[in-house]
Design a protein around this ligand. Structure first.
Ligand SMILES: Nc1ncnc2c1ncn2[C@@H]1O[C@H](COP(=O)(O)OP(=O)(O)OP(=O)(O)O)[C@@H](O)[C@H]1O
Length: 281
């Protein structure tokens, strides 16, 4: 199988600091891949390596099957990047912010019209970027990142500073782009976001990947045999260990008709990260 992203034994040192220790990850075309980790784990550094903004200290960083550094030109034509430093021109209108970029890639105006419609900014096309709300700015940056129809989109914390409603709008746009064939690599420390959007996730801790997989599969892998019980007339959840004593209690509740529901304890991605690293996200 050929991979659109292939990181092999990647290490990145900044003077004395080792930001990435021995990173191995592969992303297939069409996936939404989430790179999850707390602040300082090395998420942004990884995106910078993958987009040729940094050189690795050791290892191989391949995108579209080629080392990124030897293929910058063709790389930039096929990737889009959205990060918090992708500054907009504040005094330019929404349209002109995109037009400036469109000239670089020789993209026709019809594509600007199309993308404005897609991100819901058609009516604001004459508005100066500085007058946009945070969510609108993010949608404009996303429009700019995908204007040239990249095969692969990198998003560094795409919804970090947004309220839940606005984050939802961005999620919908990302799912739409992915349905149309765009592979997405995103970093986040929002586990709900990862759960909802990503086909697979990798947990990054202190410059190392500690686990990779599909979110549902990971939850099954780390499921405990504890259970949660809810009794009739009482909405409180009772957590119980799997034991003969619990079995007896369940039988009693069933016999006297007070048992409403029994649930297995599927851990959240946050919990799994905590189990693996002892750290919270
Ligand atoms: N240019 C640099 N010079 C020195 N150290 C750096 C540099 N860039 C990153 N680092 C260090 O490398 C480590 C990883 O940083 P990185 O920005 O990749 O983390 P992150 O997971 O993206 O964190 P956040 O979620 O806070 O953005 C951190 O300890 C950071 O201080």
């Amino acid at each position: 199988m050929s991979y659109i992203i292939d990181l092999e034994n990647v290490q990145k040192n900044f003077q004395k600091k080792t930001a990435l220790k021995n990173l191995n990850a592969k992303v297939a075309e069409g996936e939404i891949f989430g790179f999850l980790g707390p602040s300082g784990a090395g998420k942004t550094t990884t995106i910078k390596l993958l987009t040729s903004q940094l050189l690795p200290s050791a290892g191989s960083v391949k995108v579209f099957g080629k080392e990124v550094y030897s293929n910058k030109k063709s790389l930039y034509q096929q990737i889009g990047v959205l990060s918090d430093n992708s500054g907009l021109y504040d005094r330019l209108s929404v349209w002109d912010n995109l037009a400036l970029y469109a000239r670089l890639f020789e993209i026709p105006d019809s594509r600007i019209t199309e993308i404005l419609d897609k991100v819901g900014l058609t009516e604001s096309q004459k508005t100066e970027a500085r007058k946009l709300s945070k969510g609108m700015k993010q949608r404009l940056m996303l429009a700019r990142a995908v204007l040239h129809r990249p095969r692969l989109l990198f998003l560094d914390e795409p919804t970090a500073a947004l309220d839940p409603g606005t984050a939802l709008e961005i999620h919908k746009l990302l799912l739409k782009l992915n349905k149309e064939g765009t592979t997405i690599f995103l970093t986040t420390h929002n586990m709900e976001e990862a759960d909802k959007l990503c086909h697979r996730v990798a947990f990054l801790n202190d410059g190392e990947i500690v686990e990779t997989g599909n979110s549902a599969e990971l939850k099954l892998k780390y499921i405990t045999d504890d259970i949660t019980v809810i009794l009739k007339g009482n909405n409180e959840k009772i957590h119980l260990k799997n034991s003969p004593e619990t079995g007896r209690k369940l039988m009693d509740w069933m016999n006297n008709g007070s048992l409403l529901s029994v649930h297995t304890m599927e851990p959240s991605l946050e919990k799994i990260f905590l189990m693996l690293t002892g750290r919270e996200l």
